[in-house]
Ligand binder design. Sequence first.
Ligand SMILES: [Ca+2]
Length: 420
Amino acid sequence: MMRISKNFLSLALVAALSACIGGGGAVSQSGSSPTVIKYGRDQNPDPAKVAGLNAWIEAFRPRALAAGVSTATYDAAFRDVVYNPTVIQRSQNQAEFTKSLWEYLETAVSDKRVANGRAMLARYAGQLAQIEATYGVDKEVVVAVWGMESSYGEKRGDLPLIESLATLSFDGRRQEFFQQQLIAALKILQAGDTDARHMIGSWAGAMGHTQFIPTSYLAFAVDFTGDGKRDIWSGDPTDALASTAAYLAKSGWQRGQPWGVEVKLPAGYSGISGKTAKRSGADWRAMGITRAAGGQVPDGQAALLLPSGVKGAAFLIYRNFHAIERYNQADSYVIGVGHLSDRLKGGGALVTPWPAGDATLRLSERIEVQERLTALGFDTGGTDGNVGPKTYAAIKSFQTARGLVPDGYPDRDLLDALRR
Ligand SMILES: [Ca+2]
């Protein structure tokens, strides 16, 4: 549930996004309780920072107590907390630059993610049917959020939450935000849903299978298994999936309604578009707009979204689009969840082809970029096609060495230069 940019043009790269929501740690899907890995402990953090955080924790105590946190909860929560430089490093390693919807969806709704999602639908069929009946949110949408947020539980985060939030509250950007999250996290501990040892998450405090931040947890998390604990952290995803359905339901989800549909515009379309220009399905049909996969567009108030301009894929978005938007306001994220849910229901890939002349690179080409950079001695930190901070830095070094504009962006010009 990280907030990322509303605008495609500044959307964080998927690599950075997955680093920020998942932390990249190996947490076993089937394991009963994840192991807290104490990153940063052997990095010899600056003693002044360690002492500073310890003093900050004492100074923060009155505010937490005033918010209803008990002394016992406070002392237990901070017992093992030490200033953690890894948290600060990760908070500063968020590469952000241009990324098209196409690039984003290629990773966010990869064939592998679709296949894994279908496997999860089968594996948790009983729980998901109950969750859908209770909250009225399509099980495929809930599973799509799960896939987007943590790759179905694989990347739930690997950092002790109180330590991360305390470090960021003391020494990060957006300190007030993290202090609010810290107080919410202390309230979760006080309620007994988990203990500090098992409360792990991303560097930014997003927790569990569907990456709830603590304030969202307090507002929306539910105990669906009936054991008295709202457990979103352990191997069993049931409570997390129900909590996500509850969140979407409270965000205005309309049972049985679409999030959106890919549409085909009539040739030379120059009519209205944009999120605020809402019309009925009948109005859109009268303007000659049809489903891209064939057939009429659904009824209901909808707006025409053109995330890649008139030459790219076009979508009519309905009210449920805005429910997903409450989870994360980036258009590409919402389209990603919606499209993944359609694929999980058996739908096909987007109909609109990759735009001709698009300068962005396919996954195979990004891998080639990393392989060629590596062969030339520029360390990309791996060749998986995910462009993270190391690849970004390697591209900039290569561009600088060749007298090119060092924008760090993996586009066709760069690949051409590497091939020469
Ligand atoms: Ca439970």
